[in-house]
Ligand binder design. Sequence first.
Ligand code: SAM
Length: 327
Amino acid sequence: MNSAASINNAFDYIVKAHLYDQYPLDWQTIFGNQQPLTVEIGFGNGEYTLELARKHPDRNFVGFETSQSSVSKTLRRMFKEGLTNVRIVMTDGRFGLRNLFDDESVECVILNFPTPWSKGRHFRRRVAVTDFFRTLQLVLTPNGRLELATDVLNYAVDVYKMSKTLGFEPEEMVINGPREIMTRFERKWRHYERNIHTLTVYRGNNEKCDRLLERSVVMPHEKLLETEASIENLYSGLNQSHKSPSGNEICVYKVIYEGREKDTFLIKTIAVDMYDHGEGEFEQHYFIDIYKNNRQWLLKLDPISRPFITPAVKFSIRSLAKTLKKQ
Ligand SMILES: C[S@@+](CC[C@H](N)C(=O)[O-])C[C@H]1O[C@@H](n2cnc3c(N)ncnc32)[C@H](O)[C@@H]1O
């Protein structure tokens, strides 16, 4: 897909990871070389990774960012400069790091000024939680490291303590030390005279996480005989949350769009994968197609909005077929 030779426009820097059919991704083919990998999660306007990429043409850089406006600013800059050793993935970096990289293949993971999401309802959105260290154990090279910079003392202290407890090797935290590259948030916090805490943590001896994506993707689909199904059931299942027996897969069917002949339907769906005892969650929005063919109803993912094929996405197709089934 995105090989090094194919950067013809700014969008070629985006790796559409959800469209691949083999995981983890083959970064060697994507970059066209075997240079060591650095990953930044939440790169914002991209200053940090781009400057590293300029300084180290012998290394490859992968940035994760969920904000579209941040990504478009970064893309424009990368394309203008003609950088060849950077790629962007627009998805949750926790999910990306866990599923898109081979075992022991990433030298460095960078977290600059992650949103703190302090304890409470939003704590699940925090990047550096216990589960993250299981992911690091899986993908970091034996001497690999996490580099954190934050203005939030508690975040740095939590990472220090957690990493130590989990068998990683944190160096002493540095406060307001010299920094070669400043990001937008770093400039902002220095302007307000907030302390900047930096911490490097080396991979240790933690347990590894499981991946959510299978190595080879099989597109989920279901079939129901016309006589077995009641299409009216679709409407009764709308906006209700469906949970798998393990509780790890949840989905909600939000909107139904009907074809004129009532033989095709498009179902707007949200699926959430819960993992590591509910500490992590990964949410995706997409459409399911239902259509009639040879006296059967067929259910499959709509190709335009194709999500990552996670357990919750598979569950959403199975559960929809179950909803359609006449009692
Ligand atoms: C406070 S900003 C810091 C941006 C940049 N690192 C800097 O120092 O200027 C946090 C950034 O992380 C992104 N972000 C938050 N959670 C993320 C996640 N799980 N995966 C990828 N990006 C994430 C946000 O969209 C936002 O751009």
